[in-house]
Design a protein around this ligand. Sequence first.
Ligand SMILES: Cc1cc2nc3c(=O)[nH]c(=O)nc-3n(C[C@H](O)[C@H](O)[C@H](O)COP(=O)(O)O)c2cc1C
Length: 400
Amino acid sequence: MHRPRGHLGGVVSPAGPVAGHGVGQVGGHGVGHGFDAASLRSGPPSSLSSAPQPRPLENLAVNLAGMALPNPVMTASGCAANGRELHRFFDVGELGAFVTKTVMGLPRAGRGTPRMAETPSGMLNSIGLQGPGIDAFVDHDLPWLRSVGARVLVSVAGETPEEFGLVTRVLRNSAAFDTVVGVEINISCPNVANRGLVFACDPDSTAAVVAEVRKELPPQLPAFAKLSPDVTDIVAIARAAVDAGASGLTAINTTLGVAIDALLLRPVLAGITGGMSGPALLPVAVRAVWQLRAAMRADRLPAVPIIGVGGVRSGADALQLLAAGADAVQVGTAIFNDPGAPVRVREELALLLGTHGFSRIADVVGIAHDRTPPTPGPAPKPKPKPKTKPEPTHQSGSAS
Ligand SMILES: Cc1cc2nc3c(=O)[nH]c(=O)nc-3n(C[C@H](O)[C@H](O)[C@H](O)COP(=O)(O)O)c2cc1C
């Protein structure tokens, strides 16, 4: 059921109220941006009305490392809390999967305020993984998600690899665990034992965390490592994650930024740095997915499913990620402005895929790699001129 779209005015809070922070241009499906499904649906001008109408692709099913989903569109972690607010706008059971706010071992207050700032075509947040802790999550949030029939991808984190393992163990032993279709490992948080260096920036820390989570899960349950774009070699981090037992990859988390208040000449966010998300992130996400899929196609990385996330606010945006190599997509920041965005993106994507004539999602995954002309190699070096004997002069050569 798709409930009528309403306007939250910033009420769908990531982990606290964001009202008052206008994100008007962040998630907006503005003119000239993305794909206008309505115009396709309304069909061609009357003189052409006998032409066949594009039909949405009906079979949107995907299977990500054994995680069977009816469609490839999910929420992004932290952008729809734990589902209750979003459920006022559409049935969260309609999503491919609902991805929860990252949960850690203990309740956390998060960082100080202000925690959100607008940026051109995006926003910065420094929520700081505020949350109720894993015990409250399994007692209250997970049973509710189960009661509405949601397929749940639970995002887990910790300050140490052991905390990641502990959180996963509590989840695994919880009463509503059967609604969990997979775990997303949020490695974009600081490793307290390693000078606060983010796990996702170091292959060894990444591997340690993934191994701890993996050993607590039933072997058939997929675990996705969520990668940061703020690394030199994303393929090296992905390889460490997959080698340690990740069944798939989520790309990407936010990229780090700072906003300075131009009047006060000091950082806008209390935490100084924040994660940038929203439309400006789309090309960065497409790049990361592209690099991961290219590495898999070249056998430099084991082939595993990729979930693309970053800046998606239309079906055309989602299609970019799929064509670059993602098997599924997540919608995050767009939800703050348009709570129905995940369902709208799914509908637009279905129509676009139908218009292109695809019969299943798998046919479009990574297609842009096949359509890329081979990169021209270095220009051939000019051949050295053969050494020639000095040209005979007129006088000496052709005396006759
Ligand atoms: C307010 C906010 C809170 C977020 N919280 C989390 C989180 O708890 N865990 C996580 O893995 N990612 C978190 N993210 C990152 C998103 O899941 C997503 O990777 C990122 O925002 C890029 O997607 P988008 O441009 O569609 O928002 C958060 C993003 C925002 C904007």
